[in-house]
Design a protein around this ligand. Structure first.
Ligand code: OFO
Length: 164
């Protein structure tokens, strides 16, 4: 079973994962309509992965006898200044999600909920990977000049390979 505090913070995490999915979806759509079809595909896939992260916490709450609350759907950012800005925001979002996960784990420790702590370790590993990928995407902007004629195209191709 879950304490009230753990149930609450897990529902918050579910909401955060669900929002992460919507944020990637909006980014993917922006990329798509601006000609970046490879990175669009990459972020559509990320959107699906975040949806899975959401469902995984959501179902854990019910599996543990708690009440999983379907999160509301807030507005997300739809417009971006550039390809680079998309990935800068993606990295910031991933860092924020990692912090939220760390808070869940801190709460598990405070309440001696080792089952949930164990469950959350999967997310710790996942975040490590996702932050690394977002950082790698930004590194590519140091290697490929986005202001050169073929730079944007090359970045679109190379960034999309990160997640493959
Ligand atoms: Fe849910 O893995 Fe990133 O945010």
């Amino acid at each position: 079973s879950l304490t009230e505090g753990i149930e609450q913070i897990l529902n918050l995490q579910a909401k955060i994962e669900s929002e992460a999915s919507n944020k990637y979806l909006a980014m993917a759509a922006w990329l798509d309509r601006n000609g970046y079809e490879n990175t669009a595909g990459y972020l559509y896939k990320q959107a699906e992965e975040e949806r899975e992260h959401f469902l995984k916490v959501f179902r854990y709450i019910t599996d543990m006898g708690g009440i999983a609350v379907t999160p509301s759907v807030p507005e997300v950012q739809q417009e971006f200044a550039s390809l680079r800005e998309v990935f800068e925001i993606a990295l910031q979002n991933e860092i924020a999600v990692t912090k939220a996960i760390n808070k869940v784990i801190a709460k598990c420790r405070a309440e001696n909920d080792y089952a949930t702590e164990d469950f959350m370790m999967w997310y710790v590993a996942e975040q490590r990977e996702e932050e690394k990928n977002a950082r790698r995407a930004l590194e590519l902007f140091e290697l490929i000049n986005e202001n050169e004629a073929t730079g944007k195209f090359e970045l679109d191709v190379q960034i999309a390979k990160i997640g493959a």
